[in-house]
Design a binder for this molecule. Structure first.
Ligand code: SF4
Length: 654
């Protein structure tokens, strides 16, 4: 039994509104599927591909190849026919007025009628199944020429100003003045208990919208057809008053959601969520758990994939030239191809030093929302290039509002510093040869003190003291006696001390290999936090703890605080302790120390290994990679900013 959408009332769309305000019919379909999905996609502008969306896109790409239009309705006073962008606006003449007996087969006839000369066999197959019934009607019509003929037009766009909607009909079957919209769907139809086929509400509403738009354009239309690509079956959808009510209230609800600026709550333990392409953006069960809204899940289902299948790519060889060939990123050194990587496998491009990237490669990367990070040869992070895909401007507006609220900033900053000190303590406990009880006790004390700090200045003081305690014991986590370098380009100190000797943190420039690696690790982590902030739609330069300063990615620095020990420091320790990086990977340059290209390559491998390793989320109890975790934590911060959750849960490892 279908129900009207709660709180939504049918509205008439005012004709003096901006035509861009017309709601596409597929948006209404998405609203009926899940109001939160509608909001995320069409109010916040967020999107993520899944197998289902890619598959659906392929089905529609074939359908959209059509170049047809409908003959005008008689009378057609209210008609507003809008051809597709790539479509010839010429109206197809009904078959009855064309010379007869000119087709060799049904497919050729269909192609000619639609203006398609390039249909391939498979498409024709789908077309045949979809149009079978109509073709039978047409065959019958040829024998009884006094009956009205059926004509087909594909990819027809019609709008209704009174409803304020626009609909793209995959296929319109017109018999006389009666037009039946046909919508192509991937997958299979709903099967009822008695074995008959049926449609789900979102699909029925989409058909009803198409029928309403057809009627508003002067055509007679009472039903539509859903064609399911996977099973090649048709399901007829009769449009009755009950369905029309649901459709009108869905249109009104869509407008209300767009204007309210309030994200609807996630569905409750819905079977729709595991298949939803936006599940990693929506975080339905995580949000319910933290927001404590009705029916929080007893256990959070691991609905998001543990890791992104795509990987960041780093280019480190000086003088390298990188271009695009077909769908590949192609790296050349002295004119010789040294590496080719599929664009589909990349989620970041990072360049160290003197490396050229062609305009075509840049355009392709930015067009696919693949950020390009720039570092100096020594690893200092310059910045990032990104495409135009700015998302979720609403959360950015809220970020700007709340950054002016000193209480809010202090609240977030306390949680960040507390989490960072707790994670430093955990790293010492796990990795130190002989953890010092006083240090551990003091770190615990300062972590607790951070939670009650009364200003950002006192938090900075607490953080500084904790850092001194932590780095004072850092050397105890280095478990190899690397000795001095054996020569060559290796790192050789005047005092002949061990290469990985560590006394205290120093930088700009780092004066020993451990500090050189720490600086590089923090640069890489800044880059990844900046990318995470950008993906979520936040401004990476406006922080809550770190203050605004030109060129400083303050929010990225905020986000990385709890992860400094868990990702950056941990990578340095494992690179040294597993001898992925050795003393011979460093070069002395005056008082500073730099990594060789080979050393940086090894270190980047260690960093990516860490980012790809799985960690259990203490609140949700599922395992995700550190890279995925950065994104989840950033999305939770966005939920805090939008007011959906009341506390920002800083990540603390167990
Ligand atoms: S994950 Fe579930 S609640 Fe979230 S948008 Fe998708 S269907 Fe809706």
């Amino acid at each position: 039994m279908i129900q009207p959408i709660e709180g939504a009332h049918s509205t008439t769309f005012s004709s003096d509104r901006d035509p861009e305000d017309l709601l596409p019919a597929r948006m209404i379909n998405e609203l009926v599927y899940c109001p939160r999905l509608f909001y995320l996609m069409h109010v916040e502008g967020q999107f993520a591909e899944s197998i289902d969306t890619i598959d659906g896109g392929i089905v529609h790409r074939r359908v959209d190849n059509g170049t047809g239009g409908l003959a005008p309705a008689e009378p057609c006073a209210t008609q507003s026919f809008i051809p597709s962008a790539d479509e010839d606006p010429a109206v197809i003449v009904p078959e009855a007025t064309k010379p007869k007996k000119r087709r060799k087969s049904k497919h050729v006839q269909a192609a000619t009628l639609f203006g398609d000369d390039d249909d391939d066999g498979s498409e024709a197959g789908e077309q045949e199944a979809c149009e079978q019934q109509s073709d039978q009607d047409s065959d019958a019509s040829e024998e009884a020429e006094d009956l009205p003929k059926t004509i087909h037009a594909r990819s027809v766009t019609l709008s209704s100003e009174s409803l304020g909607v626009i609909a793209k009909l995959d296929l319109a079957e017109a018999t006389g003045s009666v037009v039946t919209p046909v919508d192509y769907k991937r997958g299979r139809p709903k099967r009822m208990a008695d074995g008959t086929l049926a449609a789900w509400d979102p699909e029925r509403v989409q058909i009803a919208l198409q029928v309403l738009v057809l009627r508003d354009n002067g055509y007679q239309s009472d039903e539509g057809v859903l064609y399911f690509n996977e099973t090649r079956q048709r399901v007829r959808v009769g449009v009755d008053e009950e369905l029309l009510d649901l459709t009108r209230s869905a249109i009104a609800a869509a407008r209300q959601h767009r204007e309210s600026g309030q994200i609807p709550p996630p569905l409750v333990s819905s079977p729709k969520c595991p298949r939803c392409s936006l599940v990693g953006i929506c975080l339905p069960e995580e949000t319910r758990r933290l927001a404590n809204i009705q029916q929080p899940p007893a256990a959070v289902r691991p609905l998001i994939t543990a890791r992104d299948e795509r990987r960041p790519v780093y280019f480190n060889t000086q003088g390298m030239w990188i271009g695009k060939k077909d769908d590949l990123l192609q790296a050349k050194v002295e004119g010789k191809v040294v590496q080719e990587i599929r664009f589909n496998d990349i989620n970041q491009i990072n360049l160290f030093g003197n490396i050229q990237l062609s305009t075509q490669a840049i355009q392709t990367a930015l067009g696919r929302d693949v950020p390009i990070g720039y570092f100096t040869q020594k690893g200092y992070y310059y910045g990032v290039s990104g495409g135009l895909g700015v998302k979720n401007i609403l959360v950015r507006r809220q970020q700007f509002r709340l950054a002016d609220d000193s209480e809010f900033c202090l609240d977030i900053a306390r949680a960040l510093v507390h989490g960072k000190i707790r994670n430093q303590r955990t790293l010492l406990m796990r990795n130190h040869r002989e953890p010092d009880a006083t240090s551990l006790r003091d770190l615990k004390r300062y972590a607790a003190r951070a939670l009650t700090a009364d200003s950002l200045a006192s938090l900075l003081g607490i953080e500084g003291i904790a850092a001194r305690i932590y780095f004072g014991d850092f050397a105890g986590m280095l478990k190899v006696d690397c000795g001095v370098s054996t020569g060559g380009e290796g790192y050789v100190t005047a005092e002949k001390r061990p290469a990985f000797h560590f006394r205290s943190r120093n930088r700009r420039p780092p004066r020993d290999p451990v500090n050189a690696m720490l600086s590089l690790a923090y640069s890489l982590l800044t880059k990844d936090c900046l990318v995470a902030a950008t993906i979520v739609g936040l401004d990476p330069h406006l922080g809550f703890y770190h203050q605004v300063k030109p060129g400083k990615p303050a929010l990225a620095l905020d986000l990385m605080e709890p992860f400094r020990p868990l990702i950056a420091d941990s990578v340095v320790l494992s690179a040294i302790n597993t001898k992925m990086v050795t003393a011979d990977h460093f070069i002395c340059a005056g008082k500073s120390v730099v990594m060789s290209d080979a050393g940086r390559k090894h270190f980047l491998l260690a960093y990516e290994k860490r980012m790809d390793s799985l960690v259990t989320h203490p609140l949700f109890d599922y395992r995700v990679s550190y890279r995925r975790l950065l994104e989840i934590q950033t999305r939770l911060l966005a939920r805090r900013l939008s007011g959906e959750i009341e506390e920002y849960p800083v990540f603390q490892t167990r």
